[in-house]
Design a protein around this ligand. Structure first.
Ligand code: SAM
Length: 334
């Protein structure tokens, strides 16, 4: 097979892509499936050494290490160096992290630190840190603490002035944001919405007036109903659903909230993991007919004051003006 310069370069850089296979940028093994075609792990680790892995001993402290969100090629050189040099690694699921370490020929003591045992494990981690150990914290995927365990541990370590550092890397929220085509100038990461509709709508109402792109994590079985609620509470804004990021079947579906919701309602829940990105409230002032229509719809469910507040949040129009209009509508002026 004739290799293009690009393909050769990728191979030299350590890609696991099989010669002659598709050039999809994400055709690499994902976390859940070890790739049988991968080179022996010792080769993979050796290849990393000349690329500049710091050989110095790690300083004592807590290392918050980001790991891939699907594509194992997304681990950073520093992350590997820290995982290799740590006295112990705390992780959500030892099987998941074990696979990652095995892939890079790293053999280290692993212990679980997750939502269900964090209270018992935190004192053990703190004791290790007090003793001057090098301790790494990772989650199953992405950046620890971001919708993942670790925040209370960081607070506890800071309270004792124990050294902490972060090894940045993959994060699904930021990856989805930059892929969404929506403004990255100001964004608000809102984590997971509540699973129940009433609580979800209340949570969305709190974000409605925020003049920033909103980023949510959402489970794929709930996508359709969540997107419909977003359209209802935030207005029918531009949005994107980014799914299976960094993996072979990565997809970004862009459009208005109601259209994307309709797609998933008809197609059924997609596989994998997803992030929803929603544009900020539109600055464009809607015309009077549209305002009246939206006020009328809001008044069917809400009182005058609440309807005016809702529309003010969605459109950025002055609440007082909307209140007077809603009052007039209620009193039958139009
Ligand atoms: N700490 C992780 C990070 O930094 O992104 C997030 C962990 S949170 C428990 C898992 C959620 O992140 C998923 O439900 C999904 O919303 C999002 N997520 C993680 N990996 C993803 C991927 N490869 N594609 C799309 N969304 C992903």
């Amino acid at each position: 097979m004739r290799r293009t310069a690009k393909a050769t370069g990728a191979a030299r850089a350590g890609s696991e892509r099989k010669a002659g296979s598709s050039r999809h940028p994400n055709r690499r093994p994902d976390a859940s499936k070890p790739d049988p075609r991968a080179p022996p792990v010792s080769d993979a680790a050796a290849r990393l050494q000349p690329a500049g892995l710091p050989q110095t001993e790690l300083a004592p402290g807590l290392y918050l290490v980001a790991t891939p969100i699907g594509n194992l090629g997304d681990i950073t050189l520093r992350a590997l160096a820290v995982l290799q040099g740590a006295d112990r690694i705390f992780c959500e699921d030892t099987r998941v992290t074990g696979k990652l370490l095995a892939r890079y020929g790293i053999s280290r003591s692993l212990a679980a630190y997750h939502d269900h045992n964090a209270e018992q494990m935190r004192p053990i981690v703190l004791t290790a840190l007090r003793r001057g150990e090098r301790v790494a914290l990772v989650s199953d995927a992405g950046t620890p603490l971001v919708s993942d365990p670790g925040y209370k541990l960081v607070r506890a370590a800071l309270a004792e002035d124990l050294p902490i550092t972060a090894i940045p890397g993959p994060n699904a929220a930021v990856t989805a944001l930059i892929l969404s085509g929506l403004s990255p100038d100001a964004f608000l990461f809102a984590g997971f919405l509540p699973p129940r509709q009433a609580a979800r709508r209340r949570a969305l109402a709190r974000w409605a007036a925020v003049e920033a792109t909103l980023v949510f994590y959402e489970s794929t079985p709930r996508l359709a109903e969540s997107l419909a609620d977003m359209a209802e509470v935030l207005g029918n804004r531009e949005a994107a659903v980014a799914r299976e990021l960094t993996k072979l079947h990565e997809e970004a579906r862009r459009g208005r909230l109601t259209d994307i919701a309709a797609h998933y309602r008809l197609a059924g829940p997609p596989r994998g993991e997803a992030v929803v990105v929603v544009a900020p409230p539109e600055c464009r002032e809607p015309d009077q007919t549209e305002v009246d229509e939206r006020l009328r719809a809001a008044l069917a469910e809400l009182g005058v004051r609440q309807a005016a507040s809702k529309l003010a949040a969605e459109t950025g129009m002055p609440r007082g003006e909307l209140y007077r209009r809603a009052l007039a509508m209620r009193d039958g002026e139009k």
